[in-house]
Design a protein around this ligand. Structure first.
Ligand code: KG4
Ligand code: ZN
Length: 350
């Protein structure tokens, strides 16, 4: 079974073909075109511009993903039907202009190629990056029950998965997401967008103990997160100092990364112990942060928890279409593809 995945929820235009065979889900092609460098010029995403870039890229990206797998595929010919079994598409949440490009394209392709259409929630899609098998090794995908931490630019959520499609929402951010905090603080430090990888790189040269920042929701026993206070604390610290040397910036980046990572780990451990889970998966762009992965592993070891930790490789943490196709292997197609509507506010709460 081969599924074509399409993802256009934000500033990445992505298409991928995945194959499910002998219980493994593998990537046959995975193409991502990003307008992030264009958005970086303006310090963040301009939704109108992101949507225009989506329109430019969507067909070439899909055609590239298909021709990489099917060399006989004739691009740009509607009467040449690729040998895929279904089309999966992100229908929300995200920027409405960007989402519409992917959803409407997928609907038309499903119609003219007569393929089933599988709508995927982008947030659920992030988790399913953990079900993709690497090309040469055979790690076991997560088993249930499994605790899921989603950390991306727009979301910080804790979810307890009971089985495919069945989960309990435990909590989420009350204001800014963890990735948003990285991005906004990077801007305060004059670092380019997206800020997470930039902060992380700079942090390696810094001293995480030099500045004091409050750990968000420390000691709070709920599964909610909050990062806007941390961003304000960083803004105040920069104002108080009047100007930052290169070393100040590195020390602040290091403290910020450590603070965000500590707050995430505290909640993950709290949920692991409360729900007695033995499987944890992390997903979303911030899961590409190596300090988060390293420190979470260390914490699990130091507490002697009997837990298996799943984290996708960094290129499958940030937005991509492989994760969308992967999720679709566990879902059913929609009866009437033309009834599908993009939903910018789609959430994990059901
Ligand atoms: O999942 P994603 O690609 O897009 C959304 O669905 O939001 O996540 C993007 C977020 C951005 O906030 C970016 O700064 C953050 O992920 N990010 C990182 C790292 N790589 C990406 N944050 C911290 N460390 C990283 N290495
Ligand atoms: Zn995402």
């Amino acid at each position: 079974m081969k599924i074509l995945g399409i993802e256009t929820s934000c500033d990445e235009t992505a298409a991928a073909v995945l194959e499910g065979k002998n219980g493994r889900i593998q990537i046959l092609s995975n193409v991502v075109a990003s307008s992030a460098s264009l958005q970086a010029k303006y310090g963040g995403i301009i939704p109108e511009q992101a949507a225009r870039e989506q329109i430019k890229s969507i067909i070439p990206v899909i055609e590239e993903a298909l021709t990489l797998v099917f060399p006989n595929h004739k691009p740009y010919t509607t009467n040449h039907i690729p040998p895929i079994d279904a089309i999966a598409v992100t229908y929300g949440p995200g920027l409405i202009g960007s989402l519409l490009v992917g959803v409407e394209t997928a609907k038309v392709l499903a119609q003219i190629w007569q393929k089933p259409l599988i709508p995927v929630n982008h947030l659920i899609g992030h988790f399913y990056a953990n079900w993709i098998s690497p090309p040469t090794s055979y790690p076991q995908p997560p088993t249930f029950p499994c605790l899921g931490l989603l950390v991306s630019g727009g979301h910080t959520d804790l979810v307890l998965f009971h089985s495919h499609g069945k989960y309990t929402y435990l909590g989420g951010t009350r204001d800014d997401a963890a990735g948003e905090c990285f991005d906004k603080c990077a801007r305060l430090l004059n670092l380019p967008y997206p800020g997470g990888p930039q902060i992380s790189k700079l942090a390696q040269k810094g001293d995480p103990k030099r500045f004091q920042l409050p750990i968000p929701m420390k000691g709070n026993k709920s599964f909610d997160f909050s990062y806007s206070g941390l961003k304000t604390a960083v803004a105040n610290l920069i104002k108080e100092k009047g100007g930052l040397s290169e070393q100040d910036k590195a020390d602040l980046a290091s403290t910020l990364e450590e603070t965000i990572v500590k707050s995430l780990i505290e909640k993950v451990i709290l949920a692991t112990q409360r729900y007695k889970v033995e499987q944890i998966m992390v997903a979303g762009g911030v899961a590409a942060n190596q300090k988060l992965v390293r420190d979470l592993k260390l914490k699990v070891q130091s507490l002697k928890l009997k837990v298996k930790l799943h984290v996708p490789p960094p290129h499958l943490c940030t937005d991509n279409a492989a994760m969308i196709a992967s999720a679709a292997f566990f879902q059913k197609p929609i009866n009437d593809p033309f009834s599908l509507q993009a939903d910018p506010n789609l959430s994990l709460m059901i």
